[in-house]
Write a protein of this length. Sequence first.
Lengths: 294, 332
Amino acid sequence: MMKLSLGPLQYFWPRERTLAFYRESMGWPVEIIYLGETVCSKRRELGTRDWIALAEELRASGKQVVLSSLALIEAESELGALKRLIGDGGGWIEANDLSAVQLCRERGIPFVAGPTLNIYNHRALAMLIEDGLRRWVPGVEQGETLLREMQASMHAGGRPMPELEVIAFGRLPLSFSARCFTARALDVAKDHCEFRCIEYPDGMPLATREGKPFLRINGIQVQGEEITDLGPELPALRELGVDVLRLYPQVHAMADVVAHFDLARRSPQAPPRVAARNGYWHGEPGMPLPARNA
Amino acid sequence: MQLVCPAGNLPALTAAIEAGADAVYAGLRDQTNARAFPGLNFSDDELRAGIALAHARGRKVYLALNTYPDSARLAQWFAAVDKAAEFGCDAIIAAEMAVLDYAARTHSALPRHLSVQGSATTAAALRYMHERFGISRAVLPRVLSLQQVERLCENSPVPLEVFAFGSLCIMVEGRCQLSSYVTGASPNRHGVCSPAKFVRWEEHGDGERSVRLNDVLIDRFQAREPAGYPTVCKGRFDVGGDIFHALEEPTSLNTLELLPRLAQAGVVALKIEGRQRGVAYVRSVTQTWREALDRYRAAPGPWALQADWQRSLSAHAEGHQTTLGPYHRSWH
């Protein structure tokens, strides 16, 4: 049976809400939980030490915990925090950039390749396996065709695939910048942002000039507006040998989302769609095309 | 500091060399490079001719092979690496691990530069690329502040090249799926951002124009309002009821005033963006930077920014405005 994971929390929530969310998750049927800040190092409602303590708590409840690294590392202080995650985290790391890959490689720590690592072919995947990769989360634009190609090429080379984890539910992380778009929208400087993104627990909606919802601003990250749902593709994912379904935390009804996917993974039938179609999976633009979403 | 200029085709390469580029970078006419635009780039014969022309003047030619091939297309990228070696390119600029690995194993004498698309922003990431693939230079993503660039120059295992002028990607290069989200065509896989075939301009009765990318409204312009190319990141959108350039204005990066600090930091090369731009742009921008660099080399102490340099560069900037971009903290 496929495992369920909670991907790293992409948004910035108050400390108590975050802790309550993860305490509740102990009772959910997810096997793997990714913890840590992947978007902005200024978000410190939970610091590195808090994430590590939370990891221990969740492990004690029977979850596999992976500590996730920042997607964009610019400052020495951010590298320092990453070293603490790797050194003191007590488990695997989700490497979201090459700095994390290199630090894990230097220290012999196994890692999960996060979706921003840009692994597009079997040779790159094989090299990263030599470096310590144990699980691979393909990038957002990589759909079924690329995964099949990857498997066939790995197989032809006599190499086993690592565990495969696919983003099954959530808003897709589309881009990262040095600029904070939340601060820009609120007309405050990034260096004096007052951590205002905490006011947007599901990101800040961005619509076109004709009022069509389009993207979500989330600090230095831009996400697609639509929450994507690969539920209806579950039979294909199963056939493909996908090991883990990643569910990105959203502020509302996450327990229901987990329950939905838990039921779905136990059934041979495809579940009904609960959120938007992910075009990337089908080799199309990621954005759901209105005609196809019905 | 070396001046590295864009060559979208042979006339642009010639103009860059004549105007004083120390090196030019070019791409083949396919998806192996990140400016895979129709009508741009080099046939094999043109590339050979360009290399001959540059080498006759003692200048260098780098071949950009900086997209991300999937398994089925690897052979095409490897063939392009072979071509770079066979034709006598002075380096390849690559981002993807299999491409770098192939080049290191098959043509170890051909220098490998890490492309900006490789998204390496720290000494640890650069160490990885250096230890794994023996890169001899890295181009930094346009996300670091000047202080961060200075610091990285101290800690990097390889010499660093930075973007000095041109159109400004505001997202970490190699980490942006905005074009792909809307059109299915991505810089990483297809070497294009917001391809023209998805762009649709609409004229309205009052002189107003709007522009769509695969049916998504990117912006609307009043009569006589200058209208830029509709990349998602430079459109105007509605956030909380305000309509504005929510991600970035149409503007160009211009770091000319930082030249002394970049030189003092130990940056080895300055890159001018714009393989998609015309000969006039390449010639003029190259000339300006050549003059500024020569002036600095001759007398670093009294070097001062000239108003005519800035005027000339602004004339070629997107929306005729320039910014220090991420080099300056206030941009962030």
